[in-house]
Write a protein that binds this ligand. Structure first.
Ligand SMILES: Cc1cc2nc3c(=O)[nH]c(=O)nc-3n(C[C@H](O)[C@H](O)[C@H](O)COP(=O)(O)OP(=O)(O)OC[C@H]3O[C@@H](n4cnc5c(N)ncnc54)[C@H](O)[C@@H]3O)c2cc1C
Length: 838
């Protein structure tokens, strides 16, 4: 066999043995031959090489011959003859890879692993891909536009990407070494405009060739957006079912994400997470023989996709649906354009459990809209969610023969770090990196850990800020690194199930449903009167709140945790939101925007829904206001949380840590706390008065805009969106066109209703529906007081009865002229019964 040298022959013979024992498959074997021997030698010697198979392995032999013939078809041969020697090899290899992958995409998928441990064993180990060993055959696959390596600190090293995506990326390490000369040649050629032009011409020819060739179906662009995972990704599986090479791409256009209003759709922390998640996704794709192409989508995603289609000859675009109305509109535009160019486009639903555009209120009505129970009734009545079990990750991904260029991930500018005057970098994400694992495996590890442990305490103690009792999965869910279907499946199958936790996933869907109904949700109050609420414009208060310097330790601890790690639990989000709105009187939009910029899980739909509700203008009203001190009784009774995030207060005694202003001067001195110096004075002090003012302001707007208050029920009224009117009335086109307005009574805080009926009840203390929530411990304290009062009442009743009897007896004796009886109780102080000691 006319081959290059003995070691190559030995390598190929070894591979042949691997093929015979089933550790290699025919396509992979052929590809490796090409890679090791080169095109000419393979062409000349392949038949001879596999001749020994004719006797005992007839079927395998004929399979290999088919692959060989298909590859060295006359048409391709002609074309190849046109190319110079070095690029000839590249093209051949690329085509070979394409062939290999079209044959292997039909490989059977594994059964669904039901735990992460199973999953880990099923997933290819880094550097050791299973199934068809495309990684081995491709060598280290690093074209430009692929996502670079992460440096030890988690940041990508600049320059980790290599220029020029060419087909020669797919080679074994040895062949790369052999071809370093030709690579140099290519690089030097690149300098001349002439050769660049000729190369472009050849590339175009290759693409045309690919489009014509029946043996290589047109590749599919798998457009990753917020589904950055391999496990249970219907779009990814959909690509495999289409049976063509897959080009995973990520396009970035910040303006399109932002939409028409002020959404801060991808704030700093969230973008940082995205950057890391893309690095991880690329690594995961590399493990199955592919990689991610990142593209700066300028001027628009539509044009960037069209360019990609031209560059790759793609025949289809596949993506997971997004539900923000402006992104849906963008996608519709993009797909319509692509369809006009005869591309097939496929959208899969997996971001939520229900497709929010198909959830209807039919059969349920509108009463209670905005509550999670109303929403779940709608979903049960009209189920639309993804059914079936979660799907496994593919073990390999068919790759195209030519990769598009793309751009290095850094150029998307997702993980920007400002520089100081002296040029050093401000690494604001250091704690985010410390606290989070950005990989898909990290998501599953968190899920496992939660289902093993935290879930047991979730029902009763998910509010605790000092203990990790919630899942901490929100950023993974936001970027689609964990499929919500997978999460629900595991939560239902767990040994300890928490209905409250499962309901949280319905909350998530509810938020998306609301956003589809009210696209203005992130910036415009849904209840018209509340748009006119008088808000404070005290920037210093806003700044203090943002930086965790309000002087209220619980609020400050939470805001510092957010700033440093990009996250805080749900209860703490309520605490800081209540403080901003009910006590600082700052508009909810400020809170929303700050959260969007600092949360790693910042999610336009959820964040907007929660801030609208907290800001009293959403579909639902929080029927509570968190008190910045009393709330600590529930979430941080021992001050552990405050001590962690406000270490300057740590030496204070536990019982005073949440109210340092109550500390005697001597204790403060001993603890080294100087209020106003190393810990701030309170930005506001009279909380009661501020709350009362807030109630008065609400009463005022409800009076001024009484047309938006239902006189019968006292509930606020909101204008119904067209979609809900149609659902409620059937076809109402006529009604809508005539300009009629439909108003719907929505859940309204009892405190507000009562206040409208009795305006004097504006003083929070006399309003029986006072919404200030007592912390768990303060509730306990109230129970004790009530108990004591009750005992006290009984004691005094008995005492009064005895006295009455004594008086009657005394009077009787006086009437009868007898001396007064000696009184055992006279002159003794009244005893109050005490609580039994616990
Ligand atoms: C003012 C405010 C703003 C918020 N902003 C966001 C946000 O931008 N992004 C975000 O994901 N969540 C937001 N939430 C909801 C909630 O606080 C977080 O989802 C939760 O704290 C995330 O932690 P976890 O994963 O441990 O939650 P878990 O309690 O373990 O819940 C599991 C999952 O359910 C979903 N979920 C939980 N609570 C809610 C909720 N109230 N509404 C909708 N979905 C929920 C989340 O996806 C969460 O990851 C906000 C809440 C408030 C009060």
């Amino acid at each position: 066999m006319p081959v290059e040298n003995d070691s190559s022959v030995a390598q190929v013979r070894h591979l042949l043995r691997e093929l015979l024992v089933g550790r290699e498959d025919p396509g992979g074997f052929f590809c490796l031959c090409l890679s090791i021997l080169g095109s000419r030698e393979t062409r000349a010697g392949f038949r001879e090489l596999i001749a020994p198979l004719t006797d005992k392995h007839r079927q395998l032999h004929s399979q290999l011959i088919t692959i060989y013939q298909e590859y060295f078809s006359r048409e391709e041969d002609d074309e190849l003859r046109l190319a110079p020697q070095d690029e000839d090899d590249e093209l051949q290899l690329a085509l070979a890879l394409s062939l290999v992958h079209t044959s292997c995409q039909n490989s059977p998928r594994q059964p669904v692993p039901r735990s992460y441990a199973q999953l880990a064993s099923a997933m290819p180990v880094k550097g050791q891909p299973q199934g068809v060993d495309t990684q081995k055959s491709m060598g280290t696959h690093k074209p430009a536009g692929r996502v670079g390596e992460r440096s030890p600190n988690g940041l990508k090293e600049p320059g980790a990407t290599r220029p020029a995506a060419t087909a020669n990326e797919g080679r074994t390490d040895s062949s790369l070494a052999n071809d370093s000369d030709s690579q140099e040649k290519l690089d030097s050629n690149d300098q001349s405009e002439k050769s660049r032009k000729s190369r472009r011409r050849r590339q175009r020819k290759q693409q045309q060739q690919l489009l014509k060739s029946p043996s290589s179906p047109r590749p599919i662009l798998l457009w990753f957006r917020r589904d950055l995972r391999l496990l249970d990704n219907p779009a990814l599986i959909g690509c495999l079912e289409l049976g063509a090479p897959v080009i995973p791409v990520f396009l970035w256009n910040a303006q399109e994400e932002e939409g028409p209003g002020v959404t801060v759709a991808t704030g700093g922390a969230c973008k940082y997470w995205l950057h890391q998640a893309l690095v991880c996704l690329n690594e995961a794709l590399e493990r199955i023989g592919s990689h991610l192409v990142t593209v700066k989508a300028e001027p628009s995603s539509s044009e960037a996709l069209q360019r990609l289609v031209e560059e790759t000859g793609a025949g289809a675009v596949v993506a997971t649906a997004l539900y923000e109305p402006w992104l849906k509109e963008r996608d519709e535009g993009v797909f319509n354009t692509l369809k006009q160019h005869r591309l097939s486009c496929h959208l899969y639903h997996s971001y939520c459990l229900q497709d929010p555009y198909t959830v209807t209120t039919q059969g349920v009505g509108l009463r209670g809209i905005g509550s999670v129970s109303h929403f779940t009734s709608c979903c049960q009545q009209n189920p639309t969610g993804p059914s079936g079990a979660p799907q496994d990750a593919p073990r390999t991904l068919p790759v195209p023969s030519a990769w598009p260029a793309g751009c290095p991930l850094e150029q998307l500018g997702l993980a920007r770090m400002p520089r100081r005057k002296d040029g050093t970098m401000v690494d604001w994400a250091v704690n985010i990196r410390r606290d989070w694992d950005f990989t898909e495996e990290g998501a599953h590890a968190r899920l496992e850990a939660f289902l093993q442990d935290g879930v047991r305490r979730y029902e009763k103690e998910s509010a605790r800020a000092d203990a990790p009792n919630t899942s901490c999965l929100s950023p993974y869910l936001h970027w689609g690194q964990l499929s919500v279907r997978w999460l629900l499946w595991d939560a239902r199958g767990a040994r300890c199930r928490s209905p409250k936790f499962q309901r949280k996933l319905a909350w998530r869907d509810l938020a998306y449903w609301q956003l589809t109904l009210f696209p203005d949700l992130p910036w415009e109050s849904l209840r018209p009167p509340y748009k006119a609420l008088r808000w404070s414009s005290e920037r210093a208060h806003l700044h203090a709140w943002q930086r965790g310097r309000t002087g209220y330790p619980l609020v400050d601890a939470a805001m510092r945790q957010l700033w440093q790690t990009g996250w805080m639990n749900n209860y703490m989000r309520h605490v800081v939101a209540s403080f901003l709105i009910a006590y600082l009187h700052l508009p909810w939009q400020e809170g929303y925007r700050w959260f969007q910029d600092t949360l790693v899980d910042a999610d336009v739909a959820i964040d907007a829904m929660m801030w609208q509700n907290g800001g009293m203008s959403g579909l639902d009203h929080w029927n509570f206001v968190m008190h910045p001190v009393d709330a600590a009784m529930t979430c941080d009774p021992n001050g552990t949380y405050v001590k962690r995030w406000c270490p300057e207060l740590a030496p204070l005694p536990d019982e005073l840590i949440h109210k340092p202003w109550k500390c005697p001067a001597s204790i403060l001195r001993r603890a080294g706390v100087v209020l106003g110096q190393n810990y701030p004075e309170r930005v506001v002090t009279d909380l009661e008065e501020l709350r009362t003012q807030s109630l008065r302001d609400v009463a005022e707007v409800r009076r001024r805009f009484s047309e938006y208050v239902d006189q019968h029920s006292g509930c606020d009224l909101i204008p119904l969106p067209d979609r809900l009117v149609e659902e409620a009335l059937g076809s109402t086109g006529e009604v809508l066109r005539s300009g009629s307005r439909f108003l719907l009574p929505v859940i309204t805080r009892m405190e507000f209703k009562h206040q409208s009926v009795e305006p004097d009840a504006a003083e929070g203390r006399v309003n029986p529906y006072n919404a200030v929530l007592k912390g768990y411990v303060s509730r306990k304290r109230d129970e004790t007081v009530a108990f004591l009062n009750e005992r006290d009442f009984m004691a005094s009743v008995v005492h009064e009865g005895t006295q009455r009897l004594e008086r009657a007896e005394r009077n009787q004796r006086l009437l009868e002229g007898l001396p007064a009886p000696p009184s055992a109780t006279r002159g003794r102080p009244r005893r109050t019964p005490t609580m039994p000691q616990r």
